[in-house]
Ligand binder design. Structure first.
Ligand code: ADP
Ligand code: ASP
Ligand code: MG
Length: 456
């Protein structure tokens, strides 16, 4: 394996533990063991304990008093199951109680009026609580650890629920506030959350803790970013769909980035941006079974295979826009994309014909209080220009590989396998790394299984 990664400036590494890795006390202990063994780990980024973010998002929708009480009890139970196993629980339980009271107050406010800013404020409590508890657990195991509020360094714009971090500020602030402390202590901080210029809490989008870790790793010039999750690496496809999927031991940044972009939930789509920019290798492994090793994502690998993986992205919406104005005209697409950009809509896959354009939008993980990307305001603006058709519940299946555009017979191999299924849209050729198929959501798992059988 060739590894052309840049030389990092720090000997230290950063470790991110996802929701299942900090779901309960036993899972947290496994994470502590990893930190105990790997002395290079100096910054730890955590998600909220599994289930908490979903509960908080539900509370942020403004549920009625009965439902609110039930959801709050579930949050409390998850947190207290951890507190109850700590030896020195008194001080920490006071802090967690304060956060639980805040959650209750914010949930009551959400029942009066919801907003994206309020959602982010509420949801951030998940990561605030998991990090407080984890610091306590590390200290009980004799590890010197300090809690750090990531909002002091993760400055973002005010696009609540999908905020974009300011890398220049992150670099400057982490270097002054975190770097000098790393020789003495492990810094434990929150993934996913940030702060906009007026001081309100923001979030980076669902699954954003991976991105936080990669950004901080880059800002501090760390020598590796470790993503600890519930599977021992990146597989040829989601092992929950295809149990016989195989682990990929080494994968190049661009291949892994395609996988993440096209839905392999294992990594947040933006995670590899900082790694690619700065050439920092990313390791993915299971916190439950660190001895099983994992996947190393780095600049280049030897002999990359034609077929690397199959990724699946659910919750796709297809927008088809028809207009005779497109016929021999210029500027129509520009008008459409200007409108979409104004509404902060990112388009994934596009096909065009003489009088129509079809594009897919991803509706996964929108924590936005409107609950939908396709707002009435957007549809009204588009309808003023063209006829709009919306199809929902689709899925995007992406075949990820190398030099795919140069493979003879690729079409017959793929479409022959899928002759029993309707393929709504195809995208191939923009990148040599992928071929995407838009299919009915209910067929998606079977299509992934069939393709995996044929291609691997
Ligand atoms: P975390 O909470 O640790 O961030 P996630 O649930 O976000 O964990 O991501 C891990 C999950 O990603 C796995 O449980 C697995 O089902 C899913 N997954 C999807 N595609 C892949 C893949 N290609 N390889 C491994 N896991 C995958
Ligand atoms: N807790 C957040 C979520 O569930 C962020 C993360 O886990 O990465 O989406
Ligand atoms: Mg994740």
């Amino acid at each position: 394996m060739k590894d052309n990664t840049a030389t990092p400036s720090s000997p230290f590494t950063i470790a991110k533990f996802g929701g299942t890795s900090v779901a309960n006390f036993a899972a947290m202990e496994k994470c502590a063991d990893i930190i105990l063994k790997q002395k290079s780990v100096r910054v730890v980024v955590l998600s909220a304990s599994a289930g908490i973010t979903n509960l908080l998002i539900e509370l942020a929708t403004g549920v009625d008093a009965t439902q609110r009480a039930a959801l709050l009890a579930q949050v409390r139970d998850i947190e207290y199951a951890i507190i109850n196993q700590l030896s020195q629980a008194e001080i920490i339980s006071q802090e967690i109680n304060r956060l639980l009271d805040n959650i209750e107050m914010l949930s009551e406010a959400a029942a009066l009026a919801t907003s994206d800013a309020l959602t982010d404020e509420l949801v951030s409590h998940g990561e605030l609580m998991s990090t407080l508890l984890f610091v306590e657990l590390l200290r009980e195991k004799g590890i010197s650890a300090d809690w750090f509020d990531v909002r002091k360094v993760m400055k973002t714009n005010d696009l609540f629920c999908h905020a974009e971090p300011d890398m220049a500020q992150l670099t400057e602030l982490t270097q002054s506030l975190i770097q000098p402390r790393l020789t003495e202590t492990v810094i434990v901080t929150q993934g996913f959350i940030g702060q906009e210029p007026k001081g309100k809490t923001t979030t980076l989008g669902r699954g954003g803790s991976d991105y936080t870790a990669a950004l901080i790793g880059e800002a501090l010039g760390m020598s590796r970013v470790d993503i600890w999750t519930d599977v021992p690496g990146i597989y040829s496809t989601d092992p929950r769909i295809v149990p016989q999927a195989h682990r990929i031991d080494h994968i190049a940044f661009d291949e892994a980035a395609e996988m993440a972009t096209f839905g392999a939930k294992i990594l947040h789509p933006a995670t590899l941006l900082p790694a690619v920019r700065s050439g920092i290798p990313v390791f993915v492994g299971s916190s439950k079974a660190p001895e099983e090793g994992g996947t190393l994502v780095c600049a280049q690998t030897d002999n990359p295979p034609v077929f690397r993986a199959i990724a699946l992205r659910r919750n796709q919406t297809l927008l088809t826009l028809h207009s005779l104005k497109m016929l021999h005209a210029r500027g129509f697409l520009a008008e459409i994309f200007t409108i979409l950009s104004r509404h902060h809509i990112s388009v994934d896959v596009i096909t065009t014909s003489e009088v129509s354009i079809a594009l897919t939008l991803d509706t996964t993980g929108t924590t936005s209080s409107s609950g939908s990307l396709l707002t009435n305001a957007l549809l009204t603006e588009l309808s003023a220009l063209c006829r709009v058709e919306v199809e929902e519940d689709l899925a995007l299946v992406a075949i990820i590989g190398n030099s795919l555009s140069q493979v003879n017979g690729l079409g017959s191999q793929i479409f022959g396998t899928l002759e029993d299924y309707n393929i709504r849209m195809i995208s191939h050729g923009a990148s040599t790394h992928n071929l995407c198929l838009l299919v009915d959501g209910k067929d998606a798992d079977n299509i992934v299984r069939k393709l995996h059988d044929t291609l691997f």
